[in-house]
Design a protein around this ligand. Structure first.
Ligand code: MG
Length: 380
Protein backbone atom coordinates (compact mmCIF):
# COMPACT_ATOMS: atom_id res chain seq x y z
CA UNK A 1 0.00 0.00 0.00
CA UNK A 2 3.04 2.21 0.20
CA UNK A 3 2.97 3.05 -3.49
CA UNK A 4 -0.73 3.80 -3.36
CA UNK A 5 -0.27 6.18 -0.47
CA UNK A 6 2.51 7.95 -2.37
CA UNK A 7 0.19 8.37 -5.37
CA UNK A 8 -2.68 9.66 -3.30
CA UNK A 9 -0.33 12.07 -1.55
CA UNK A 10 1.12 13.25 -4.86
CA UNK A 11 -2.37 13.96 -6.13
CA UNK A 12 -3.56 15.56 -2.92
CA UNK A 13 -6.05 12.78 -2.29
CA UNK A 14 -6.98 11.66 1.15
CA UNK A 15 -6.03 8.07 1.79
CA UNK A 16 -9.10 6.08 2.65
CA UNK A 17 -11.75 3.78 1.21
CA UNK A 18 -11.38 0.08 1.41
CA UNK A 19 -10.99 -2.83 -0.88
CA UNK A 20 -8.41 -2.35 -3.57
CA UNK A 21 -5.62 -4.43 -2.20
CA UNK A 22 -4.22 -5.13 -5.68
CA UNK A 23 -3.90 -1.50 -6.66
CA UNK A 24 -0.38 -0.58 -7.63
CA UNK A 25 0.56 2.79 -8.96
CA UNK A 26 3.47 4.32 -10.78
CA UNK A 27 3.72 7.84 -12.14
CA UNK A 28 4.03 9.21 -15.66
CA UNK A 29 6.19 6.36 -16.96
CA UNK A 30 4.67 3.15 -18.22
CA UNK A 31 7.66 1.20 -16.93
CA UNK A 32 6.95 2.40 -13.44
CA UNK A 33 4.00 0.06 -12.99
CA UNK A 34 5.05 -2.10 -10.11
CA UNK A 35 3.38 -5.43 -9.54
CA UNK A 36 2.39 -6.65 -6.15
CA UNK A 37 1.58 -10.28 -5.49
CA UNK A 38 -2.18 -10.89 -5.35
CA UNK A 39 -3.69 -12.19 -2.17
CA UNK A 40 -5.93 -14.54 -4.13
CA UNK A 41 -6.24 -15.74 -7.71
CA UNK A 42 -8.76 -12.91 -8.42
CA UNK A 43 -8.65 -9.90 -10.67
CA UNK A 44 -5.97 -7.30 -10.10
CA UNK A 45 -6.52 -3.68 -11.24
CA UNK A 46 -3.70 -1.15 -11.60
CA UNK A 47 -3.82 2.41 -12.90
CA UNK A 48 -1.45 5.22 -13.67
CA UNK A 49 -1.75 8.84 -14.89
CA UNK A 50 -0.29 9.83 -18.25
CA UNK A 51 -0.43 13.01 -20.32
CA UNK A 52 -0.93 13.01 -24.08
CA UNK A 53 0.89 15.65 -26.12
CA UNK A 54 -1.00 16.93 -29.13
CA UNK A 55 0.95 17.46 -32.36
CA UNK A 56 -0.90 20.76 -32.95
CA UNK A 57 -2.74 23.09 -30.58
CA UNK A 58 -6.33 21.97 -31.06
CA UNK A 59 -9.05 24.63 -31.30
CA UNK A 60 -12.78 24.00 -31.34
CA UNK A 61 -15.71 26.34 -30.63
CA UNK A 62 -15.32 25.59 -26.90
CA UNK A 63 -11.60 26.47 -26.54
CA UNK A 64 -7.97 25.44 -27.25
CA UNK A 65 -5.56 22.96 -25.68
CA UNK A 66 -2.27 21.13 -26.37
CA UNK A 67 -2.41 18.25 -23.85
CA UNK A 68 -5.00 15.73 -22.64
CA UNK A 69 -4.79 13.89 -19.31
CA UNK A 70 -5.42 10.13 -19.49
CA UNK A 71 -5.43 7.32 -16.94
CA UNK A 72 -3.93 4.02 -18.08
CA UNK A 73 -5.30 0.84 -16.53
CA UNK A 74 -4.14 -2.77 -16.40
CA UNK A 75 -6.35 -5.66 -15.37
CA UNK A 76 -4.59 -8.94 -14.66
CA UNK A 77 -5.93 -12.45 -14.22
CA UNK A 78 -4.01 -15.71 -14.42
CA UNK A 79 -0.87 -13.84 -15.58
CA UNK A 80 -2.69 -12.32 -18.59
CA UNK A 81 -2.97 -8.51 -18.69
CA UNK A 82 -5.76 -6.47 -20.33
CA UNK A 83 -5.14 -2.79 -21.09
CA UNK A 84 -7.56 0.09 -20.70
CA UNK A 85 -7.59 3.87 -20.82
CA UNK A 86 -9.62 6.86 -19.63
CA UNK A 87 -9.19 10.01 -21.72
CA UNK A 88 -10.34 13.13 -19.91
CA UNK A 89 -10.54 16.37 -21.91
CA UNK A 90 -11.21 19.02 -19.23
CA UNK A 91 -14.66 20.08 -20.52
CA UNK A 92 -16.08 16.66 -19.54
CA UNK A 93 -15.28 17.27 -15.87
CA UNK A 94 -13.05 14.25 -15.17
CA UNK A 95 -9.37 14.48 -14.22
CA UNK A 96 -6.44 12.40 -12.92
CA UNK A 97 -7.74 13.10 -9.43
CA UNK A 98 -11.36 12.06 -10.05
CA UNK A 99 -10.30 8.95 -11.99
CA UNK A 100 -7.84 7.92 -9.24
CA UNK A 101 -10.54 8.44 -6.65
CA UNK A 102 -13.06 6.34 -8.62
CA UNK A 103 -10.63 3.54 -9.54
CA UNK A 104 -9.49 3.44 -5.92
CA UNK A 105 -13.04 2.42 -4.96
CA UNK A 106 -13.26 -0.41 -7.52
CA UNK A 107 -12.82 -3.78 -5.81
CA UNK A 108 -12.78 -6.57 -8.37
CA UNK A 109 -11.36 -9.15 -5.95
CA UNK A 110 -14.96 -10.12 -5.12
CA UNK A 111 -15.40 -11.64 -8.61
CA UNK A 112 -14.30 -15.20 -9.17
CA UNK A 113 -13.20 -14.70 -12.77
CA UNK A 114 -13.26 -12.06 -15.55
CA UNK A 115 -15.84 -13.93 -17.63
CA UNK A 116 -18.57 -12.59 -15.33
CA UNK A 117 -18.57 -9.45 -17.47
CA UNK A 118 -22.20 -8.48 -16.90
CA UNK A 119 -21.82 -8.76 -13.12
CA UNK A 120 -18.50 -6.93 -13.08
CA UNK A 121 -19.50 -4.06 -15.36
CA UNK A 122 -22.89 -3.61 -13.69
CA UNK A 123 -21.05 -3.34 -10.38
CA UNK A 124 -18.60 -0.79 -11.83
CA UNK A 125 -21.43 1.21 -13.42
CA UNK A 126 -23.48 1.36 -10.23
CA UNK A 127 -20.59 2.07 -7.85
CA UNK A 128 -20.78 5.87 -8.14
CA UNK A 129 -22.72 8.08 -10.61
CA UNK A 130 -20.79 9.70 -13.50
CA UNK A 131 -17.05 8.98 -13.94
CA UNK A 132 -17.75 7.58 -17.44
CA UNK A 133 -14.17 7.80 -18.72
CA UNK A 134 -12.85 6.07 -15.59
CA UNK A 135 -15.56 3.41 -16.00
CA UNK A 136 -14.57 3.01 -19.66
CA UNK A 137 -10.97 2.34 -18.60
CA UNK A 138 -12.13 -0.70 -16.61
CA UNK A 139 -14.56 -1.83 -19.33
CA UNK A 140 -11.86 -1.65 -22.04
CA UNK A 141 -9.29 -3.47 -19.88
CA UNK A 142 -11.83 -6.20 -19.08
CA UNK A 143 -12.75 -6.68 -22.75
CA UNK A 144 -9.04 -6.84 -23.61
CA UNK A 145 -8.40 -9.38 -20.85
CA UNK A 146 -11.36 -11.64 -21.72
CA UNK A 147 -10.55 -11.54 -25.44
CA UNK A 148 -6.97 -12.54 -24.68
CA UNK A 149 -8.11 -15.36 -22.37
CA UNK A 150 -10.30 -16.82 -25.11
CA UNK A 151 -7.72 -15.84 -27.76
CA UNK A 152 -10.10 -13.91 -30.05
CA UNK A 153 -10.52 -10.25 -31.04
CA UNK A 154 -13.82 -8.63 -30.06
CA UNK A 155 -15.05 -8.05 -33.62
CA UNK A 156 -15.00 -11.86 -34.04
CA UNK A 157 -16.68 -12.47 -30.67
CA UNK A 158 -19.46 -10.06 -31.77
CA UNK A 159 -19.63 -11.76 -35.18
CA UNK A 160 -18.71 -8.62 -37.16
CA UNK A 161 -17.24 -8.54 -40.65
CA UNK A 162 -13.83 -6.80 -40.57
CA UNK A 163 -14.24 -5.91 -44.28
CA UNK A 164 -17.18 -3.68 -43.31
CA UNK A 165 -15.13 -1.15 -41.35
CA UNK A 166 -15.79 2.40 -42.57
CA UNK A 167 -13.27 5.05 -43.58
CA UNK A 168 -12.23 7.22 -40.67
CA UNK A 169 -12.33 10.98 -40.94
CA UNK A 170 -9.32 13.12 -40.06
CA UNK A 171 -10.06 16.16 -37.89
CA UNK A 172 -9.05 19.70 -38.79
CA UNK A 173 -9.42 22.24 -35.97
CA UNK A 174 -10.38 25.90 -36.35
CA UNK A 175 -7.44 27.93 -37.63
CA UNK A 176 -6.20 30.51 -40.11
CA UNK A 177 -6.61 29.58 -43.81
CA UNK A 178 -2.90 28.87 -44.46
CA UNK A 179 -2.72 26.51 -41.47
CA UNK A 180 -5.98 24.83 -42.52
CA UNK A 181 -4.55 24.27 -45.99
CA UNK A 182 -1.40 22.72 -44.47
CA UNK A 183 -3.53 20.42 -42.31
CA UNK A 184 -5.56 19.34 -45.35
CA UNK A 185 -2.29 18.40 -47.10
CA UNK A 186 -1.26 16.48 -43.96
CA UNK A 187 -4.56 14.59 -44.18
CA UNK A 188 -3.67 13.21 -47.63
CA UNK A 189 -3.99 9.53 -46.51
CA UNK A 190 -7.63 10.04 -45.43
CA UNK A 191 -10.71 10.00 -47.65
CA UNK A 192 -13.04 12.02 -45.38
CA UNK A 193 -12.22 15.27 -43.57
CA UNK A 194 -13.90 16.38 -40.36
CA UNK A 195 -13.80 20.16 -40.13
CA UNK A 196 -14.47 22.00 -36.89
CA UNK A 197 -16.65 25.09 -37.29
CA UNK A 198 -18.65 27.44 -35.11
CA UNK A 199 -16.31 30.35 -34.38
CA UNK A 200 -17.60 32.81 -36.97
CA UNK A 201 -15.21 31.95 -39.84
CA UNK A 202 -17.10 28.89 -41.15
CA UNK A 203 -17.14 29.83 -44.84
CA UNK A 204 -13.46 30.84 -44.73
CA UNK A 205 -12.61 27.44 -43.15
CA UNK A 206 -14.55 25.45 -45.78
CA UNK A 207 -13.17 27.54 -48.64
CA UNK A 208 -9.62 26.94 -47.37
CA UNK A 209 -10.29 23.17 -47.30
CA UNK A 210 -11.85 23.26 -50.76
CA UNK A 211 -8.85 25.13 -52.19
CA UNK A 212 -6.79 21.99 -51.41
CA UNK A 213 -9.20 19.06 -51.66
CA UNK A 214 -12.52 17.86 -53.07
CA UNK A 215 -12.88 15.01 -50.54
CA UNK A 216 -16.18 14.58 -48.66
CA UNK A 217 -16.34 16.69 -45.50
CA UNK A 218 -18.28 16.33 -42.28
CA UNK A 219 -18.52 19.35 -40.02
CA UNK A 220 -18.66 19.61 -36.23
CA UNK A 221 -20.05 22.86 -34.88
CA UNK A 222 -19.61 21.94 -31.18
CA UNK A 223 -22.79 23.90 -30.28
CA UNK A 224 -21.36 27.03 -31.91
CA UNK A 225 -24.43 28.20 -33.89
CA UNK A 226 -27.08 30.21 -32.08
CA UNK A 227 -29.70 31.01 -34.72
CA UNK A 228 -31.78 28.29 -36.42
CA UNK A 229 -32.49 30.28 -39.60
CA UNK A 230 -28.77 30.94 -40.08
CA UNK A 231 -28.13 27.25 -39.28
CA UNK A 232 -30.52 26.14 -42.04
CA UNK A 233 -28.96 28.55 -44.55
CA UNK A 234 -25.51 27.19 -43.63
CA UNK A 235 -26.78 23.59 -43.99
CA UNK A 236 -27.85 24.34 -47.59
CA UNK A 237 -24.56 26.09 -48.34
CA UNK A 238 -22.54 23.24 -46.77
CA UNK A 239 -24.43 20.65 -48.84
CA UNK A 240 -23.38 22.52 -51.98
CA UNK A 241 -19.77 22.32 -50.69
CA UNK A 242 -19.89 18.50 -50.49
CA UNK A 243 -20.53 18.22 -46.74
CA UNK A 244 -22.21 14.92 -45.74
CA UNK A 245 -23.49 15.65 -42.21
CA UNK A 246 -23.50 18.27 -39.45
CA UNK A 247 -22.55 17.39 -35.87
CA UNK A 248 -24.03 19.26 -32.89
CA UNK A 249 -24.93 22.53 -34.65
CA UNK A 250 -26.56 24.29 -31.70
CA UNK A 251 -26.56 24.09 -27.91
CA UNK A 252 -27.63 20.74 -26.50
CA UNK A 253 -30.33 22.68 -24.65
CA UNK A 254 -31.82 24.13 -27.91
CA UNK A 255 -34.15 21.17 -28.35
CA UNK A 256 -37.00 22.77 -30.33
CA UNK A 257 -34.69 24.71 -32.67
CA UNK A 258 -32.60 21.59 -33.33
CA UNK A 259 -35.71 19.49 -34.05
CA UNK A 260 -36.86 22.17 -36.53
CA UNK A 261 -33.42 22.24 -38.16
CA UNK A 262 -33.31 18.43 -38.46
CA UNK A 263 -36.77 18.43 -40.05
CA UNK A 264 -35.78 21.01 -42.65
CA UNK A 265 -32.06 20.36 -43.17
CA UNK A 266 -30.82 18.77 -46.40
CA UNK A 267 -28.05 17.13 -44.31
CA UNK A 268 -28.32 14.68 -41.36
CA UNK A 269 -27.91 16.35 -37.95
CA UNK A 270 -25.89 14.28 -35.44
CA UNK A 271 -25.98 14.61 -31.64
CA UNK A 272 -22.67 14.64 -29.77
CA UNK A 273 -22.73 16.93 -26.71
CA UNK A 274 -26.52 16.26 -26.49
CA UNK A 275 -26.04 12.50 -26.26
CA UNK A 276 -23.98 10.66 -23.67
CA UNK A 277 -25.49 7.44 -22.36
CA UNK A 278 -28.30 5.07 -23.28
CA UNK A 279 -30.76 7.02 -21.10
CA UNK A 280 -30.36 10.02 -23.46
CA UNK A 281 -32.23 8.33 -26.34
CA UNK A 282 -35.47 9.88 -25.10
CA UNK A 283 -33.85 13.32 -25.46
CA UNK A 284 -32.52 12.86 -29.00
CA UNK A 285 -35.20 10.75 -30.70
CA UNK A 286 -37.10 13.00 -33.11
CA UNK A 287 -34.63 15.85 -32.48
CA UNK A 288 -31.51 14.55 -34.26
CA UNK A 289 -30.98 12.19 -37.23
CA UNK A 290 -28.27 10.24 -35.45
CA UNK A 291 -25.83 9.97 -32.55
CA UNK A 292 -22.08 10.15 -32.03
CA UNK A 293 -21.04 7.38 -29.63
CA UNK A 294 -17.78 7.70 -27.70
CA UNK A 295 -16.48 5.16 -25.20
CA UNK A 296 -15.41 7.96 -22.82
CA UNK A 297 -18.91 9.44 -22.74
CA UNK A 298 -20.85 6.21 -22.24
CA UNK A 299 -18.57 4.08 -20.03
CA UNK A 300 -17.09 1.65 -22.54
CA UNK A 301 -17.70 -1.07 -25.11
CA UNK A 302 -20.57 -2.83 -23.37
CA UNK A 303 -22.65 0.33 -23.29
CA UNK A 304 -21.56 1.43 -26.79
CA UNK A 305 -22.66 -1.90 -28.29
CA UNK A 306 -26.09 -1.63 -26.62
CA UNK A 307 -26.48 1.96 -27.86
CA UNK A 308 -25.69 1.00 -31.46
CA UNK A 309 -28.43 -1.67 -31.31
CA UNK A 310 -30.88 0.81 -29.76
CA UNK A 311 -30.12 3.49 -32.38
CA UNK A 312 -30.73 1.00 -35.18
CA UNK A 313 -34.03 -0.08 -33.61
CA UNK A 314 -35.07 3.60 -33.63
CA UNK A 315 -33.94 4.13 -37.24
CA UNK A 316 -31.14 6.53 -36.29
CA UNK A 317 -27.75 7.02 -37.93
CA UNK A 318 -24.68 6.01 -35.90
CA UNK A 319 -21.25 7.55 -35.77
CA UNK A 320 -18.44 6.33 -33.52
CA UNK A 321 -15.99 8.95 -32.31
CA UNK A 322 -13.23 9.40 -29.78
CA UNK A 323 -11.31 11.92 -27.70
CA UNK A 324 -7.58 12.45 -28.09
CA UNK A 325 -6.56 8.98 -26.91
CA UNK A 326 -3.79 6.45 -27.34
CA UNK A 327 -4.24 3.52 -29.73
CA UNK A 328 -5.64 1.62 -26.72
CA UNK A 329 -9.07 3.27 -26.54
CA UNK A 330 -9.15 4.04 -30.28
CA UNK A 331 -8.53 0.38 -31.22
CA UNK A 332 -11.16 -0.73 -28.71
CA UNK A 333 -13.73 1.57 -30.35
CA UNK A 334 -12.64 0.40 -33.81
CA UNK A 335 -13.76 -3.16 -32.89
CA UNK A 336 -17.36 -1.85 -33.17
CA UNK A 337 -16.80 0.13 -36.36
CA UNK A 338 -18.25 -2.48 -38.80
CA UNK A 339 -21.65 -1.61 -37.23
CA UNK A 340 -21.61 2.17 -37.80
CA UNK A 341 -22.28 4.62 -40.66
CA UNK A 342 -19.32 6.90 -39.97
CA UNK A 343 -16.17 6.68 -37.86
CA UNK A 344 -14.11 9.52 -36.46
CA UNK A 345 -11.33 7.49 -34.89
CA UNK A 346 -8.28 9.66 -35.36
CA UNK A 347 -7.53 10.58 -31.71
CA UNK A 348 -4.33 8.50 -31.67
CA UNK A 349 -3.10 10.22 -34.84
CA UNK A 350 -3.29 13.66 -33.25
CA UNK A 351 -0.73 12.89 -30.49
CA UNK A 352 3.03 12.35 -30.58
CA UNK A 353 3.46 10.09 -27.53
CA UNK A 354 1.24 7.07 -28.24
CA UNK A 355 2.48 4.12 -26.17
CA UNK A 356 0.40 1.48 -27.98
CA UNK A 357 0.06 0.06 -31.47
CA UNK A 358 -3.21 -1.29 -32.77
CA UNK A 359 -5.67 -0.24 -35.44
CA UNK A 360 -4.15 0.86 -38.75
CA UNK A 361 -5.53 3.09 -41.48
CA UNK A 362 -5.00 2.00 -45.07
CA UNK A 363 -6.15 4.35 -47.86
CA UNK A 364 -8.41 6.00 -45.29
CA UNK A 365 -10.09 2.74 -44.20
CA UNK A 366 -9.93 1.24 -40.70
CA UNK A 367 -7.97 -2.04 -40.63
CA UNK A 368 -8.69 -4.13 -37.55
CA UNK A 369 -5.73 -6.05 -36.15
CA UNK A 370 -6.21 -9.83 -36.10
CA UNK A 371 -5.00 -9.96 -32.48
CA UNK A 372 -6.94 -11.15 -29.43
CA UNK A 373 -8.80 -8.77 -27.08
CA UNK A 374 -9.00 -5.18 -28.27
CA UNK A 375 -6.03 -5.85 -30.56
CA UNK A 376 -3.20 -3.73 -29.17
CA UNK A 377 0.36 -4.18 -27.98
CA UNK A 378 2.53 -1.72 -26.12
CA UNK A 379 5.30 -0.03 -28.10
CA UNK A 380 8.73 -1.01 -26.92
MG1 MG B 1 -18.21 16.40 -31.71
Amino acid sequence: MKTRRKFLKDFGLVAGGAGFSYLTIGQHDWNEFTKKPSKSSGLSLRFKPYELHLKHVFTIAEGSRSTTPVMLTELEFDNIVGYGEASMPPYLGESHETAASFLGKVDLTQFENPFLMEDILTYVDQLVPGNYAAKASVDIALHDLVGKLIKQPWYKIWGLNPKKTPDTSFTIGIDKPDIVRAKVREAAPYRILKVKLGKGNDKEMIEAVRSESDKPICVDINQGWTDRTMALEMAHWLKEQGVVFIEQPMSKTSVDDTAWLTQNSPLPIIADEAFQTISDFKKVQGVYSGINIKLMKCGGLRSAYAMIKMARALGMKVMIGCMTETSCAVTAAAQLSPLVDWADLDGNLLIDNDIFEGVKISDGKIILPDSPGIGIRSRD
